[in-house]
Design a protein around this ligand. Structure first.
Ligand SMILES: [Zn+2]
Length: 167
């Protein structure tokens, strides 16, 4: 599932370049259309900032789509090999009985996740999702173990609910 939404009725809440004309109550009411349990079940949540004219004009050189596709295919191949002979097709489908084996972390990564769990008050569900997304970040990196930076990335993909929903 891929979905997108505005942060408020006028669409400008959180936009550094434009002023949001909604009342606080309107913003809260708008965001509350998506409940926390629903939000919890979405693996990756990111905020897309408006494109600035200069960036469009200069066409900043970025990693090409072809190069990204190649990296994604490599990560897919790693997963196909990992789950060979099982019903599982991708990291998002990792079941609780194998999660500890499949999502092995370096000691650093483990400490980072433990710290985040306590500091951010993550739910058990969010914890598992971070681990699975962290597994994918590690696969994209060609790393056998989940390292600290992969946990940071995975946590970053879940920061929207704290920024907007739990203001
Ligand atoms: Zn607004």
């Amino acid at each position: 599932m891929v979905a997108a939404m505005n942060p408020c009725p006028c669409g400008n809440f959180g936009n550094p370049l434009k002023k949001c004309t909604c009342s606080d109550k309107m913003v809260t009411g708008y965001l509350n259309k998506i409940s926390q349990p629903v939000l919890d079940r979405i693996d990756i949540q990111i905020e897309v900032q408006p494109v600035k004219y200069d960036d469009l004009y200069k066409r900043v050189k970025q990693e090409s789509s072809a190069a990204i596709a190649e990296r994604v295919q490599r990560a897919r191949d790693i997963q196909a090999k990992r789950f060979k002979g099982t019903q599982i097709k991708s990291n998002s489908r990792i079941t609780p009985d194998i999660i500890a084996d499949v999502c092995a972390m370096s000691p650093d990564a483990e400490e980072t996740l433990r710290g985040a769990f306590e500091k951010l008050g993550l739910s058990a569900r969010a914890y598992d999702r971070i681990l699975k997304v962290g597994r994918t970040c590690a696969d994209l990196d060609g790393s056998e173990k989940i390292e600290k930076n992969h946990i940071f990335q995975a946590i970053g993909f879940r920061s929207l609910d704290r920024k907007y929903w739990n203001r």
